[in-house]
Design a protein around this ligand. Structure first.
Ligand code: SF4
Length: 246
């Protein structure tokens, strides 16, 4: 995970300390996945296709606190699934991490952002918001029928609270490579005034085997990764809106 400007100093101090102590290898970010479940079912998602007994498994708060402590990395990030399906758990974990002097990040689709109070959001140094589309129709198309009004509400609330944010946009040929949608997501992100970075994630087929193993219908079987030109076009749209896009 690249490092936001606001965390540079802490990370630089940590790296210098490791080098001073002669360590050549050391952790920088702990990616903690307490659960794999998600409230959405995006086409082609490679993260949540597991048998039920794995989806029902959770790490305990104590296991997570211990992992943060033992790892010693200056940053902890909770990706998903959707971490805010367990918002109380995430809030406890972030508060504990901040108490240990560890920077915090969450990767979320934003749907359950309203489950965190303003004080709990203050314990999250970086929100990485995964936007699926701008129009409700497109969002429903990508997520198997889920509306996105809560996502906008959460993003605007983060902006009002001046919380640093990154935007993520998964580029899937034939599904999300729609210039108008990308332009509206980019314009919305730029209007917030707190988006430090926008990331385009090109679609890949690495999750396909999970769908096939579980006998699920995989609708993107014939979809290929976007070409360099398609990725460059999307990056150009984000940059034209005034965002740092990578
Ligand atoms: S929001 Fe992310 S984890 Fe959830 S289904 Fe969509 S791609 Fe998968």
């Amino acid at each position: 995970m690249p490092v936001p400007v606001s965390q540079m100093w802490t990370v630089a101090s940590y790296v210098l300390k490791q080098r001073f102590q002669g360590r050549r290898r050391y952790p920088l970010v702990l990616m903690l996945e307490p659960l794999f479940r998600c409230n959405l079912a995006c086409a082609g998602c490679g993260k949540i296709q597991y048998p039920a007994h794995i989806l029902k498994a959770n790490l305990s708060p104590e296991e997570c606190f211990r992992a943060v402590d033992e790892c010693g990395a200056p940053m902890v990030s909770i990706p998903g699934g959707e971490p805010l399906m367990q918002a109380r758990f995430a809030a406890r974990l972030f508060a504990a991490a901040k108490g240990m002097g560890v920077h915090t990040a969450i990767e979320t689709n934003g749907f359950y952002g309203g489950r965190l109070s303003d004080a709990e959001l203050a314990d999250i140094d970086l929100v990485i918001l995964d936007m699926k589309g701008f129009s409700p129709e497109q969002h429903k198309r990508v997520t198997a029928g889920i509306d996105n009004s809560e996502v906008f509400e959460f993003a605007r609330r983060l902006a009002a609270l001046k919380r640093p944010m990154w935007l993520r946009y998964v580029l899937v040929p034939g599904l999300t490579d729609v210039d108008e949608e990308i332009a509206q997501v980019a314009a919305f992100g730029a209007s917030l005034g707190v988006v430090e970075r926008a990331e385009i994630l090109p679609f890949h087929q690495m999750g396909r085997f999970k769908w096939e193993k579980l006998g699920l219908e995989y609708t993107l079987a014939s979809t290929t990764p976007p070409s360099d030109d398609v990725v460059a076009n999307a990056l150009g749209i984000f940059r034209a809106a005034g965002l740092n896009a990578f």
